[in-house]
Design a protein around this ligand. Sequence first.
Ligand code: ZN
Length: 148
Amino acid sequence: MEERLVAPCGMNCAICSGYMALTHDVKSKGIRIPYCKGCRPRGKECAFLKKHCKLLMEGKVKLCYECPSYPCTRLKGLDKRYRSLFRMSMIENLNFIQKEGITSFLRKEEAKWKCVKCSSVISCHNGICFDCGLSLLAEKKQKYRWEE
Ligand SMILES: [Zn+2]
Protein backbone atom coordinates (compact mmCIF):
# COMPACT_ATOMS: atom_id res chain seq x y z
CA MET A 1 0.00 0.00 0.00
CA GLU A 2 1.15 3.50 -0.78
CA GLU A 3 1.13 6.91 0.86
CA ARG A 4 -0.12 8.60 -2.33
CA LEU A 5 -3.31 6.55 -2.01
CA VAL A 6 -4.16 8.00 1.39
CA ALA A 7 -6.67 10.79 0.79
CA PRO A 8 -6.84 14.00 2.87
CA CYS A 9 -9.89 12.64 4.76
CA GLY A 10 -7.96 9.53 5.89
CA MET A 11 -9.52 7.20 3.31
CA ASN A 12 -7.08 4.61 2.06
CA CYS A 13 -7.94 4.41 -1.64
CA ALA A 14 -6.11 1.05 -1.87
CA ILE A 15 -9.10 -0.65 -0.20
CA CYS A 16 -11.78 1.25 -2.14
CA SER A 17 -13.85 -0.74 -4.64
CA GLY A 18 -13.48 1.99 -7.29
CA TYR A 19 -9.69 1.81 -7.14
CA MET A 20 -9.63 -1.99 -6.97
CA ALA A 21 -12.09 -2.21 -9.89
CA LEU A 22 -9.64 -0.20 -12.01
CA THR A 23 -6.49 -2.06 -11.01
CA HIS A 24 -8.20 -5.44 -11.54
CA ASP A 25 -10.01 -4.42 -14.72
CA VAL A 26 -13.31 -5.86 -13.51
CA LYS A 27 -15.17 -4.54 -16.56
CA SER A 28 -13.46 -7.19 -18.69
CA LYS A 29 -14.95 -9.77 -16.30
CA GLY A 30 -18.45 -8.39 -16.71
CA ILE A 31 -18.57 -6.52 -13.40
CA ARG A 32 -19.86 -2.97 -13.40
CA ILE A 33 -18.23 -0.79 -10.77
CA PRO A 34 -17.11 2.75 -11.64
CA TYR A 35 -13.32 2.99 -11.92
CA CYS A 36 -11.30 5.46 -9.87
CA LYS A 37 -7.54 6.15 -9.80
CA GLY A 38 -7.73 7.22 -6.18
CA CYS A 39 -8.51 10.65 -4.74
CA ARG A 40 -5.00 12.13 -4.95
CA PRO A 41 -3.98 10.60 -8.30
CA ARG A 42 -7.23 11.99 -9.76
CA GLY A 43 -6.01 15.41 -8.72
CA LYS A 44 -9.32 16.05 -7.05
CA GLU A 45 -7.75 16.28 -3.62
CA CYS A 46 -11.10 15.29 -2.12
CA ALA A 47 -14.16 13.78 -3.76
CA PHE A 48 -16.43 14.38 -0.75
CA LEU A 49 -15.31 17.61 0.82
CA LYS A 50 -13.33 19.64 -1.64
CA LYS A 51 -16.05 21.89 -2.98
CA HIS A 52 -16.92 22.83 0.56
CA CYS A 53 -13.44 23.20 1.96
CA LYS A 54 -11.37 26.22 1.06
CA LEU A 55 -8.21 24.91 2.72
CA LEU A 56 -8.30 21.68 0.71
CA MET A 57 -9.17 23.53 -2.47
CA GLU A 58 -6.13 25.78 -2.12
CA GLY A 59 -3.88 22.88 -1.18
CA LYS A 60 -3.18 24.31 2.27
CA VAL A 61 -3.99 21.07 4.02
CA LYS A 62 -2.51 17.71 3.05
CA LEU A 63 -4.38 15.66 5.61
CA CYS A 64 -7.51 16.90 7.37
CA TYR A 65 -6.01 16.74 10.86
CA GLU A 66 -3.87 19.75 9.90
CA CYS A 67 -7.03 21.85 9.77
CA PRO A 68 -8.11 24.09 12.69
CA SER A 69 -11.69 22.81 12.38
CA TYR A 70 -10.71 19.12 12.35
CA PRO A 71 -12.87 17.08 12.50
CA CYS A 72 -15.42 19.20 10.66
CA THR A 73 -19.11 18.33 10.37
CA ARG A 74 -18.75 16.94 6.85
CA LEU A 75 -15.84 14.71 7.78
CA LYS A 76 -17.81 13.50 10.82
CA GLY A 77 -20.74 12.63 8.56
CA LEU A 78 -18.53 10.69 6.16
CA ASP A 79 -16.81 8.97 9.07
CA LYS A 80 -20.14 7.91 10.56
CA ARG A 81 -21.27 6.34 7.28
CA TYR A 82 -18.01 4.46 6.87
CA ARG A 83 -18.02 3.26 10.48
CA SER A 84 -21.53 1.88 10.21
CA LEU A 85 -21.33 0.37 6.71
CA PHE A 86 -17.69 -0.15 5.76
CA ARG A 87 -15.84 -1.21 8.91
CA MET A 88 -13.42 1.69 9.05
CA SER A 89 -13.16 5.23 10.34
CA MET A 90 -11.48 8.12 8.55
CA ILE A 91 -11.04 9.97 11.83
CA GLU A 92 -9.48 6.93 13.50
CA ASN A 93 -7.13 6.60 10.51
CA LEU A 94 -6.11 10.27 10.64
CA ASN A 95 -5.54 10.17 14.40
CA PHE A 96 -3.39 7.09 13.95
CA ILE A 97 -1.36 8.70 11.15
CA GLN A 98 -0.84 11.84 13.22
CA LYS A 99 0.35 9.82 16.19
CA GLU A 100 2.23 6.89 14.64
CA GLY A 101 3.13 8.06 11.16
CA ILE A 102 2.13 7.00 7.67
CA THR A 103 4.46 3.97 7.49
CA SER A 104 2.93 2.32 10.56
CA PHE A 105 -0.50 3.17 9.26
CA LEU A 106 0.12 1.47 5.91
CA ARG A 107 1.57 -1.58 7.66
CA LYS A 108 -1.52 -1.81 9.88
CA GLU A 109 -3.82 -1.42 6.88
CA GLU A 110 -2.06 -4.21 5.00
CA ALA A 111 -2.71 -6.53 7.94
CA LYS A 112 -6.31 -5.40 8.50
CA TRP A 113 -7.46 -5.82 4.89
CA LYS A 114 -5.48 -8.94 3.98
CA CYS A 115 -7.44 -11.68 2.18
CA VAL A 116 -7.28 -14.86 4.30
CA LYS A 117 -7.28 -17.03 1.18
CA CYS A 118 -4.69 -15.44 -1.10
CA SER A 119 -3.09 -12.60 0.97
CA SER A 120 -4.22 -9.96 -1.51
CA VAL A 121 -6.46 -7.07 -0.43
CA ILE A 122 -10.16 -7.07 0.44
CA SER A 123 -12.41 -4.09 -0.24
CA CYS A 124 -13.75 -2.08 2.69
CA HIS A 125 -17.00 -1.69 0.77
CA ASN A 126 -17.93 -5.37 0.68
CA GLY A 127 -15.16 -7.50 2.20
CA ILE A 128 -14.43 -9.11 -1.18
CA CYS A 129 -10.95 -9.83 -2.52
CA PHE A 130 -10.64 -8.64 -6.10
CA ASP A 131 -7.98 -11.27 -6.82
CA CYS A 132 -9.66 -14.49 -5.67
CA GLY A 133 -13.24 -13.32 -5.08
CA LEU A 134 -14.31 -11.89 -8.42
CA SER A 135 -16.93 -14.59 -9.07
CA LEU A 136 -18.52 -13.71 -5.71
CA LEU A 137 -18.43 -10.06 -6.66
CA ALA A 138 -20.02 -10.73 -10.04
CA GLU A 139 -22.99 -12.47 -8.39
CA LYS A 140 -23.37 -9.93 -5.63
CA LYS A 141 -26.38 -7.63 -6.00
CA GLN A 142 -25.43 -4.92 -3.52
CA LYS A 143 -21.81 -4.32 -4.39
CA TYR A 144 -21.37 -1.73 -1.67
CA ARG A 145 -22.47 -3.88 1.26
CA TRP A 146 -20.82 -6.57 3.36
CA GLU A 147 -22.63 -9.92 3.56
CA GLU A 148 -22.99 -10.32 7.30
ZN1 ZN B 1 -8.00 -13.35 -2.14
